[in-house]
Design a protein around this ligand. Structure first.
Ligand SMILES: [Zn+2]
Length: 364
């Protein structure tokens, strides 16, 4: 195990010289504004057009798109794309309906469900195999872990973030043979959210009695219990030439950890994600991708996260969980989206880990 647990997300053993992965993802393949050329094409096809792109449209083609609804992104003077709060930010179900009807933003052939790679499929030469899980909730014993190079855990590895749970999870990580193991926190890792814990103590709040009883010295350095992985929290690491960024935040969800209001507060966290990231790990889903909650008949993904992923960062892979009902894989022509929730909505750990093969950057 070469990875080390660290907050800065920098692993001294990894390659930093990389740029994008070999093939189409390198900086040479990018348009001046930070858009990959192939992406420009696929976004064009998908109708997910930026305001400035409308100016390039042949006469009449732009008429199908309302200017006001594509103005959520603009460039500042150094050509960095700025994402702004979406006008449908606070109502993701309505946002989904609007963008689907008016822009076909979530429809085939641009957006598709993807069959997961069978665990026994041979890895193509020159590829790195990522094994993606999330929402294991201290129920790792029955999980059959497949072969792979890099483990990604997208948060909710405990039920309450109790140090005993974190230690048990760390032991499980230590028993796994992957070369790198990368972990973020989720809303259930209450002790990892220092502000949440400070409030909990102040309020003498009994919603989480076993957590309220903890003494600060027992959780202040809870991250240091994760010795068998690279822990990311609004930070980045490069392994095998892949730039990987992780963030635990999600839209407010009944006052759990790492909750933020939809809109500007969450967008500020997404604005920390650097351009050029190959793999993004968040706990919650973006709008429209594996974020459907059937019981409530609602989409619950973050609109600002979707706009950040599709319009600015454009990673090859986005791994998340949180919405247990959304387990599966989708793709939009640029990014593969994985909801890796191992636990079902009833907390049964029955969904298999999801395997994704990506070409290893040549310079790694
Ligand atoms: Zn969960």
């Amino acid at each position: 195990m070469k990875g080390i647990s660290e907050q800065t997300g920098r692993d001294s053993s990894v390659c930093r010289s990389g740029g994008g992965p070999g093939g189409s993802g390198g900086s040479g393949g990018r348009c001046p504004g930070g858009l990959r050329r192939s992406m420009w094409r696929s976004r064009w096809d998908a109708g997910v057009l930026k305001a400035e792109a409308l100016a390039l449209l042949p006469c009449g083609l732009g008429m199908a798109f309302s200017q006001s609804h594509v103005m959520t992104a603009r460039r500042h003077q150094h050509s960095r794309l700025i994402i702004e709060v979406d006008e449908y930010s606070s109502n993701p179900t309505q946002a989904f309906t609007f963008y689907n009807i008016n822009q076909g933003r979530f429809q085939p052939p641009h957006v598709q469900m993807v069959d997961p790679v069978p665990h026994d499929a041979p890895k193509p030469p020159g590829y790195t195999r990522f094994v993606c899980v999330s929402d294991t909730h201290s129920r790792t014993d029955p999980i059959q872990m497949p072969y792979g190079d890099v483990l990604i855990h997208a948060g909710d590895f405990t039920e309450l973030g109790l140090p005993s749970e974190v230690k048990k999870f760390n032991e499980w990580l230590g028993s796994l043979p992957y070369e790198y193991k990368i972990v973020i926190a989720g809303n259930h890792e209450l002790t990892f959210d220092q502000e949440f814990m400070a409030d909990l103590i102040k309020q003498d709040f009994y919603y989480f009695p076993s957590v309220s009883k903890l003494k600060p010295e027992n959780y202040e350095n809870v991250q240091s219990l994760l010795t068998n992985c690279i822990y990311l929290q609004d930070s980045e690491v490069t392994v095998r030439g892949f730039r990987i960024y992780g963030s635990p935040w999600q839209p407010w969800f009944y006052g759990w950890g790492f909750n933020l209001p939809r809109g500007q507060a969450l967008l500020e966290k997404w604005n920390l994600i650097p351009e050029g990231v190959d793999i993004l790990i968040t706990h919650g889903p973006p709008l429209g991708f594996l974020d459907w909650v059937p019981k409530k008949m609602q989409r619950v993904g973050c609109v600002e996260l979707l706009n950040t992923v599709q319009r600015r960062v454009q990673p090859r892979l986005h791994v998340f969980g949180h919405i247990h009902e959304g387990y599966g894989v989708m793709a939009d022509g640029t990014t593969t989206y994985v909801n890796a929730s191992v636990c079902t909505v009833n907390y049964q750990p029955v969904n298999p880990p999801i395997v994704i093969d990506l070409p290893t950057p040549r310079n790694s």
